[in-house]
Write a protein that binds this ligand. Structure first.
Ligand SMILES: Nc1ncnc2c1ncn2[C@@H]1O[C@H](COP(=O)(O)OP(=O)(O)OP(=O)(O)O)[C@@H](O)[C@H]1O
Ligand SMILES: [Mg+2]
Length: 360
């Protein structure tokens, strides 16, 4: 990686030198053409002087005229530079300058574009590298802390044989942490399959209310622990044309994000609402969580993107969920949008799919 970076920087420097040389060449040609033209004009003036001198000294006018074809000899000994000759000279200079300008501008343009493209590639690579490092830290963290918690609970169960009530609590913790690990692994696999084009969706009529129920099965404890109060209003008659597992993944991810946002805000409501809008059916997950700066909305769907300092981990998550959601929605011919009025004002995510033809 470092070697590629060095080569890229080397090329940028070379391109910059070439651009400077092309600029200098252009300037030099312009100055040279001007100097040439001035020298030729000076030459013509001198020719005129010499012709006059020869005529004054009594030379045969016909012979002098034959010597200087760029001069015009008028009766009475007047000598002028041929205006057509001067015009042709100017035209020639103008054409040369215009050719140099076009060619020079073209080369400069190509070189500068090369510099810009390389520069941007370098920037994008650096960003991706930072995000990947961050992602590895996230994966490590996401796996390490739930596994440690599961191990502790299992050891307590084995060594201490706690009373029934405590045992239930410990088992609850084990399950919650297993869910977290499972969700993480699922996201990783989904993202890998999507990137490799290996995820094949099989669209069919999906009852949205059923998909929502499936997506939320077993989430109660985690929602309770986050202080989240969930309300779901998805009319039974709404049907979408989509892959059922993908619809559940999308709803599950959006509600899970809402849960995390609400937990960070110390609790709040999460509302899931669905409605038909023209040929689409949309579902909105609105929460009273921490929200985000409105300008960040489009970036939340970038791979590995999590707002704030990319190198510092805060809260669970790897930044893959919304990336997967957006990819799935695009494949399904639907879409996803994020909205927040700003930090502290909650957030709302709306996903939509094509409505299945002819509602039940
Ligand atoms: N409802 C929300 N309210 C506030 N911020 C949100 C909300 N949903 C997502 N975000 C922000 O967008 C970021 C990216 O979300 P995404 O689902 O892609 O990743 P994650 O939830 O951090 O990790 P993962 O989903 O892979 O476990 C989150 O880290 C969070 O900062
Ligand atoms: Mg998420």
């Amino acid at each position: 990686m470092e070697r590629t970076r060095l080569i890229q920087i080397g090329f940028i420097v070379l391109l910059a030198i070439c651009a400077a040389q092309a600029g200098w060449w252009l300037l030099d040609q312009v100055l040279d053409t001007r100097a040439n033209r001035a020298a030729i004009e000076e030459h013509l003036l001198r020719d005129r002087q010499v012709a006059r001198m020869l005529l004054d000294q009594g030379a045969d006018p016909a012979e002098v005229e034959a010597l200087f074809d760029e001069l015009i000899f008028r009766p009475g000994g007047e000598v002028h530079i041929d205006p057509d000759h001067l015009a042709a000279l100017h035209e020639q200079g103008r054409r040369r300058l215009s050719r140099y300008a076009w060619e020079g501008a073209f080369f400069l343009g190509v070189l500068l574009s090369g510099i810009v493209v390389l520069w941007r590639t370098l920037g994008e690579e650096a960003l991706l590298r930072r995000r990947q490092q961050n992602f590895l830290a996230a994966v490590g963290h996401e796996l390490k802390s739930p596994l440690a918690s599961i191990r502790l609970a299992a050891e307590t169960l084995k060594l201490r044989d706690p009373p029934a009530e405590r045992r239930q609590k410990l088992l609850g913790r084990v399950l919650a942490n297993l869910y977290r690990v499972e969700a993480m692994v699922r996201n990783l696999l989904d993202a890998a399959r999507l990137d490799e084009g290996r995820l094949h969706l099989a669209p069919e009529r999906v009852v949205l209310a059923r998909a929502a129920r499936n997506a939320l099965t077993g989430a109660e404890d985690r929602l309770d622990a986050a202080g989240a109060e969930l309300s779901v209003e998805v009319p039974e008659e709404l049907e979408v044309l989509a892959d059922p597992a993908a619809v559940e993944t999308v709803i599950g991810n959006l509600v899970d994000n809402a849960r995390k946002a609400v937990a960070r805000a110390g609790g709040g409501r999460i509302e899931v609402r669905a409605r038909r809008r023209g040929r689409r059916v949309e579902i909105e997950v609105r929460d009273e969580g921490v929200g985000f700066a409105p300008s960040l909305a489009p970036r939340l769907f970038d791979k590995f993107y999590r707002p704030g300092d990319e190198m510092r981990r805060s809260g669970e998550g790897s930044g893959l969920g919304l990336y997967i959601v957006r990819r799935l929605q695009r494949l399904a011919g639907g879409g996803i949008e994020a909205h927040s009025d700003g930090p502290g004002h909650g957030a709302s995510f709306t996903a939509w799919w094509p409505a299945a033809g002819g509602q039940r």
